[in-house]
Design a binder for this molecule. Structure first.
Ligand code: FES
Length: 200
């Protein structure tokens, strides 16, 4: 299946939701967005770390922020979502995250620093489309009846679990990238600097 105009296909068209949760405000930004950026926004786009307040991110919610021009997801996983990771371990192609798609401090069962908070770059490792969150379990168009929740890339059907691990026999070769990040406090994360103090 090819990309169509409903699909964010590649990095040129960035779909960006703000980090606001509660009174959620969504922004869809395309190419002109870059041209109209303020200097500080340009710096962020060029690679400056991005701080995110996750104090209002309730279990089961996802927010998307922009970092280096890419969408970065932050998901607050429920216990059921975390339990699903074990259930699908034999169905994903790199269950132990052996490929270097995450910093060392996220090379664990949940691919995260805190088990419940998952941070990932929302760009498919096949050809760069932005997958869609499909947190509801069960069958739906493009996914199987035993679906445990995760992400579906609409471009060519790659599916990822709730830790961004790609399912076997899909076009995407690798798990979703977990970017360098660290906690500034319980409710604040910075993307782009690691727990180990290293910049991404
Ligand atoms: S870009 Fe091809 S499956 Fe995601």
């Amino acid at each position: 299946m090819g990309c169509d105009d409903k699909v964010d296909c590649g990095r040129r068209r960035l779909v960006l939701a703000t980090a606001t949760v509660g009174g959620v405000t969504g922004i869809v930004a395309a190419v002109p967005f870059v041209a109209s950026m303020l200097p500080s926004e340009r710096a962020k786009s060029a690679g400056a770390p991005v701080e995110v307040d996750i104090s209002k991110l309730t279990p089961g919610q996802i927010i998307t922020v922009e970092w280096r021009g890419k969408p970065v997801w932050i998901v607050n996983r429920t216990k059921e979502m975390l339990d699903s990771l074990k259930k699908v371990a034999d169905k994903v192609s790199d269950p132990n995250s052996d490929k270097q798609m995450q910093p060392e401090y996220c090379k664990n069962e949940t691919r995260s620093i805190k088990p419940e908070i998952f941070v990932a770059v929302g760009i498919c490792t096949h050809l760069g489309c932005s997958p869609t969150d499909k947190f509801k379990t069960g069958a739906e168009s493009g996914i199987d009846a035993d679906w445990q929740g995760g992400f579906l890339c609409p471009c060519h059907g790659s599916t990822f679990d709730l830790a961004g691990r790609v399912y076997k026999n899909k076009p995407a070769p690798d798990n979703l990238e977990v970017p360098a990040h660290k906690y500034l406090s319980d409710s604040k994360i910075v993307i782009g600097i690691g727990q180990d103090g290293k910049a991404a």
